[in-house]
Design a binder for this molecule. Sequence first.
Ligand SMILES: [Zn+2]
Length: 62
Amino acid sequence: MSEVKLKPCPFCGGEALVTSASGAFGNWYLITCASCKNATHVHPTLGDAARAWNRRVYDERD
Ligand SMILES: [Zn+2]
């Protein structure tokens, strides 16, 4: 397993938190800011969620 590194929140500099769960669509992950609650979209793997967070694309619209 490669280590996942998360950058601080680009909006407030807050700590990035990983949220994961499993449900009807399988496992999913998203990254949430501990301070301002900004979040990525839901991703099927932690790597994808981390990549989205680190690229700061979480505010893009699908
Ligand atoms: Zn933040």
